[in-house]
Design a protein around this ligand. Structure first.
Ligand code: G3P
Length: 504
């Protein structure tokens, strides 16, 4: 890698559910010149609850930025060559804080936390039209996944938080807002993160009074909504203090941009803690008939049009591998999963539905529970690990079929993939087999961070949005399993899903 004192660089904070990264890209070559990643502690105080510490989230970002700044300096580069920083983040995860003390009033309630499921039931009963009552406005069904339900739960269970949010003594936001507020003192979010709250009208691109009233959340405590590419403020902390923050995108939308899926019909699937398949549908929101979400994909500039996507969300992907490591001790590191699974041709009759926090798209069943079926005396830990990996592929196939059925979408003849799990070749081969179409993995695996960096470069005026290019594929996986075998395995999967839906 050669770098020079004339080169321009762009940074990206990628604050995901499982880890935080800071990466610096060379603007011209899109290559990573320095990076640092650290794992985030997840707390599970009760069954179905998932929390993270807001201060740890912030400190992990500062730590990664500082460590990267040191590498950057060691390369002989000067801090003013870093032109801007983008932020991309785990979406929906909700933080409430007191702006006077700067302290969070509760742990972050993470997107996959299912504590608000009773709140969901009550609100669905009250909503005119049931769970899809507000799809036209916000593109989402009423589900505990979205921030409004988490805020409502906090207000119902902590009267002091409710009082502070109502009286203007507290602020609420997703992780991007928490970080930007801590780093610049501005209370802002971008359209993509706002579109995951259930309080945001995706047609008018603004907070919606009817939705705020329905959930009983004062609009005044919400951040100002900005585009995904503009200057929000300058970094006040760390080795790169003074650098503008000029891009914000939810992590799945950032991966869409990073993969260069800017044309309607293009799509990507990101295998992170969860797994998220997004298809760009252009400048008009397409309402789903098949259990997908309609979401803002990006708005690259204050005056630029918003683009939309259909999204299939899977709650558990990488988290299943983490569970094999932390709860069952079947593997020591995530990378062991491929080696173990490769020791068997498949999982035999064993099927694993990892509905740890219910099932998301296309079923939206918070009451589903994790289920293992088809266990015989022959079943080994290798089969279990294979089954865990295959569960991501089965779920993706369900989303793929849902996209094919949507009248407003375009069927996919291949799948572009990215995310931490895609270093696992067995997973990608299995994915191609179960989809019966090729799967392509790009050269740049850090597409999420790259998307945020590109948005920041556009927001700072050093890149035109038309210059965001397609990533050239490096590796392609073609299906080899016969259609019969695929149908048989999909049948086994759907039988197991039925059990998972009826397990409590
Ligand atoms: O909607 C949740 C999603 O943004 C989480 O992403 O990468 O942490 O699985 P990830």
């Amino acid at each position: 890698m050669t770098v020079s004192s004339d080169d321009q660089f762009v940074g990206a904070i990628d604050q995901g559910t499982s880890s935080t990264r800071f990466l610096i890209f060379n603007l011209k070559t899109q290559q990573i010149v320095a990076s640092k990643q650290i794992e985030i502690t997840q707390n599970f105080p009760q069954e179905g609850w998932v929390e993270e510490c807001p201060d740890e989230i912030l400190e992990s970002c500062i730590h990664c930025i500082d460590a990267t700044a040191t590498i950057f300096a060691e390369l002989g580069l000067s801090t003013d060559q870093l032109k801007c920083i983008g932020i991309t983040n785990q979406r929906e995860t909700t933080i409430v804080w007191d702006p006077n003390t700067g302290k969070a009033l509760h742990n972050a309630i993470v997107w996959c936390d299912s504590r608000a499921s009773e709140t969901v039931d009550k609100l669905i009963a009250k909503a005119p039209g049931g769970k899809d009552a507000f799809r036209d406005k916000c593109g989402l069904p009423i589900a505990q996944y979205f921030s409004a339900l988490k805020i409502r739960w906090l207000m119902d269970n902590f009267p002091d938080i409710a009082q502070k949010l109502t009286s203007g003594e507290a602020m609420v936001g997703t992780v991007d807002s928490w970080l930007v507020w801590k780093m610049t003192n501005q209370h802002v979010t971008d359209v993509t993160n706002a579109s995951r709250t259930m309080l945001f009208n995706i047609n008018t691109l603004s907070w919606d009074q009817e939705l705020c009233d329905f959930f009983g959340i004062p609009m005044s405590c919400l951040p100002r909504v900005c585009s995904s590419a503009e200057e929000y403020g300058t970094l006040s902390l760390s080795g790169f203090a003074g650098t503008p923050i000029s891009g914000i995108l939810g992590d799945q939308q950032a991966a869409l941009v990073g993969q260069g899926c800017l044309r309607p019909g293009t799509a990507k699937n990101t295998y992170g803690t969860g797994c998220f398949l997004l298809q760009n549908t252009g400048e008009k929101p397409v309402q789903s008939q098949c259990g997908l979400l309609t979401t803002v994909a990006y708005q690259l500039g204050k005056d630029a049009p918003a683009h939309f996507a259909l999204e299939g969300s899977i709650a558990a992907a990488g988290s299943v591998i983490r569970w094999l490591r932390d709860n069952l001790g079947l593997i020591k590191t995530s990378s062991d999963a491929e080696a173990l699974a490769s020791q068997v041709p498949d999982s035999g009759s064993f099927v694993f539905v990892p509905a740890f926090n219910g099932l998301f798209a296309p079923r939206w069943r918070p009451d589903a529970r994790g289920t293992m079926t088809g266990i015989t005396q022959f079943t080994t830990k290798q089969h279990i690990v294979f089954g865990a990996l295959e569960s991501c592929c089965f779920q993706t196939r369900d989303l793929f079929d849902a996209i094919a059925q949507e009248s407003g979408s375009m069927p996919l003849s291949m799948l572009r993939v990215d995310g931490g799990m895609t270093s696992n070749k067995l997973l990608l081969q299995r994915q191609a087999d179960l989809l019966q179409v090729p799967v392509e993995r790009p050269q740049m695996s850090e597409t999420t961070a790259l998307g945020a960096a590109m948005a920041a470069a556009v927001g700072s005026g050093i890149l035109d949005k038309d210059e965001i290019s397609n990533l050239s594929p490096v590796e392609r996986f073609d299906p080899v399993l016969s259609e019969n075998d695929v149908s048989r395995r999909m049948h086994m999967w759907h039988c197991a899903v039925e059990k998972s839906l009826n397990s409590v």
